[in-house]
Design a protein around this ligand. Structure first.
Ligand code: C2E
Ligand code: MG
Ligand code: MG
Ligand code: MG
Length: 282
């Protein structure tokens, strides 16, 4: 059967499909090499706490520093890493690197790490998180795991989340409002935080609809004893409106772009020196 399948795929040879398959295999090989050669790097994006006007912590965002292609953003390689299963070792490296880096900060800020649904579905995600915490010595309450609605929240998944929570780590629901099951998600698991997707923030000054959704999400989160982070904040107008609406935290280019760990140290020192979170916020 395998042979006739091969024959028929030969007969209906589509150069486009063939190319993309070959391309994917090439990326897979390159990802393996990248892991061995330590070509991945985490950038850190500061998140502002709106109640205190101080830094809450940072979200770790992976980049691939390719030898010839330069900096490759996550959306261009995470899907291939997920399909090939390489997301497991890459994800373990990300967890460890983020925890180790957070331990070097001169104040106990939180570090948020994105978990791929593939990584999350593996039974050893608990072991991966425990290992990263033990290896780094980071107190569990400083680690926050971000998952999206692409994780199917069945009984097994909610059990895994509950088990992770017993460690003391925080769990955030990322990109809220863009998936298929936002409301049932909130009923399935007591998330610590809802991250309001940047698409709503982007539209909020022009669209009453976006503002209504943001307002309702914050109200819902408050009633459910969850905090909220607004993503993609780029203007003072957005920040002020989000403050008034009662968002707990803000993240976006207005506060700071994602930056390498060395730059973050300088950013934090500067912020502390000003006794204000950031010059952009004053
Ligand atoms: P996300 O977790 O929702 O991360 C936020 C994304 O929004 C980041 O893109 C960030 O650079 C971008 N962003 C932040 N502020 C602004 C803003 O003011 N304006 C605009 N236009 N964009 C802003 P990035 O780093 O390209 O990451 C994209 C996505 O890739 C992430 O979305 C996340 O889903 C995934 N990702 C990133 N790092 C990791 C990782 O370490 N592991 C996994 N599994 N996924 C990751
Ligand atoms: Mg995220
Ligand atoms: Mg997001
Ligand atoms: Mg996103």
């Amino acid at each position: 059967a395998a042979k006739s399948d091969a024959d028929s795929s030969y007969r209906f040879y589509d150069p486009k499909i063939q190319d993309s398959r070959a391309e994917r295999r090439a990326i897979e090989g390159a990802l393996k090499t990248a892991l061995d050669n330590r070509e991945f790097e985490l950038f850190y994006q500061p998140i502002l706490d709106l109640a205190t006007n101080r830094m809450w912590g940072c979200e770790a965002l992976v980049r691939w520093k390719h030898a010839t292609k330069g900096m490759i953003p996550p959306l261009q390689f995470i899907p291939t890493a997920e399909e090939s299963g390489l997301i497991a070792p890459i994800g373990d490296w990300i967890l460890e690197e983020a925890c180790v880096t957070a331990m070097t900060w001169d104040r106990p800020l939180k570090v948020a790490v994105n978990l791929s649904p593939v990584q999350f579905k593996r039974r050893d995600v608990f072991a991966s998180v425990t290992k990263a915490l033990n290896l780094s010595g980071l107190p569990a309450h400083r680690l926050v795991l971000e998952i999206t609605e692409s994780v199917k929240l069945n009984d097994e998944a909610t059990a895994a989340l509950r088990r992770l929570k017993t460690l003391g780590v925080g769990i955030s629901l990322d990109d809220f409002g863009t998936g298929y099951a936002s409301m049932s998600y909130l009923r399935s698991f007591p998330f610590d935080k809802i991250k309001i997707d940047q698409s709503f923030v982007r539209g909020m000054m022009d669209s009453a609809g976006s503002r209504a959704i943001i307002k309702a999400t914050i109200g819902l989160a408050n009633d459910l004893k969850m905090s909220t982070t607004a993503e993609g904040v780029e203007t003072h107008e957005q920040l002020n409106a989000l403050r008034l609406a009662g968002a707990s935290q803000a993240q976006g280019y207005l506060i700071a772009k994602p930056m390498p760990r060395e730059a973050l140290a300088a950013f934090m020192a500067e912020v502390e020196g000003l006794q204000k979170p950031a010059r952009a916020i004053a």
